[in-house]
Design a protein around this ligand. Structure first.
Ligand SMILES: [Fe+2]
Ligand SMILES: [Fe+2]
Length: 254
């Protein structure tokens, strides 16, 4: 993370550019909604990482530094996106009622293991959405933005699995039981998220409700398959319902 931080600072002044041309007003509006959702996720991620760094500094300064550097990457993403809105010909919009309520609740979360797990699951669906959207996008500047986000988030997922393991080592049985309940609830809520997000951004990313729900279920389901230290597993009934099979990411360890 220290090495990465050197390449993740760009203070060069931005030249003014023509806004990106979209095929239709509908696609343009959907793109703005897509990147607004991304912006809010980055904002929340950097805030929570900073909060956690402060929390653990007293008992694990090394972990605190890691969290801090990770939070800085998310803050850098937020800056990149703020700048990217000029290319998109739009700006950061105030959050809708449901989104605001959601992030407010998340920001108020106090238990460290709950914050780390929630963040990890957000990172997972973020990485999945960026990756799938990248496959369908042809526009050069949009591709560059998505590429940066997709590759960084793909790195943040295993990083957060590590944070979770480190956090779980300090949890008692009761906390782990509570975390299992949270995991199950979040799993279902996040897999259902495309039902709410598709009407807003489908005209930009071209992803269908079931397609994205399945991709989320697979990515979330594979998170802990190889992690014996993390006693969390995907709700089987949901995988069965969506006809999704989850495989070991590292079959040799199976
Ligand atoms: Fe990010
Ligand atoms: Fe991230």
């Amino acid at each position: 993370l220290r090495k990465r931080s050197l390449t993740r600072r760009d203070n060069s002044p931005r030249e003014s550019r023509e806004p990106i041309q979209f095929a239709s007003a509908e696609e343009h509006s959907a793109a703005l909604k897509f990147f607004n959702a991304a912006y809010r996720a980055e904002q929340s991620g950097s805030g929570q990482a900073e909060h956690l760094a402060g929390e653990v500094r007293g008992w694990d300064p090394e972990l605190a530094e890691t969290l801090e550097l990770y939070g800085q990457e998310e803050a850098w993403h937020r800056e990149l996106l703020t700048d990217f809105f000029r290319d998109l010909g739009g700006s950061v919009q105030p959050m809708g009622r449901v989104t605001r309520l959601f992030f407010k609740r998340y920001a108020a979360a106090e238990r460290m293991e709950s914050i780390v797990l929630t963040n990890l699951m957000f990172e997972t669906i973020g990485a999945t959405t960026y990756k799938l959207t990248l496959r369908r996008t042809k526009e050069e500047r949009v591709r560059r933005m998505l590429n940066t986000l997709a590759s960084d988030e793909a790195f943040h997922v295993p990083l957060n699995v590590y944070f979770l393991k480190r956090t779980l080592s300090r949890c008692d049985r009761r906390q782990i039981w509570r975390l299992r309940v949270l995991h199950e609830l979040l799993f279902v809520a996040l897999v259902l998220l495309p039902v709410a997000s598709r009407p807003k951004s489908r005209a930009f990313d071209g992803l269908g409700t079931l397609e994205l729900a399945r991709a989320y279920a697979r990515a979330l389901g594979e998170l802990f398959v190889d992690e014996r230290e993390i006693p969390l597993a995907a709700p089987r009934w949901l995988l069965w319902l969506l006809d999704v099979s989850v495989k070991n990411v590292h079959p040799r360890r199976a």
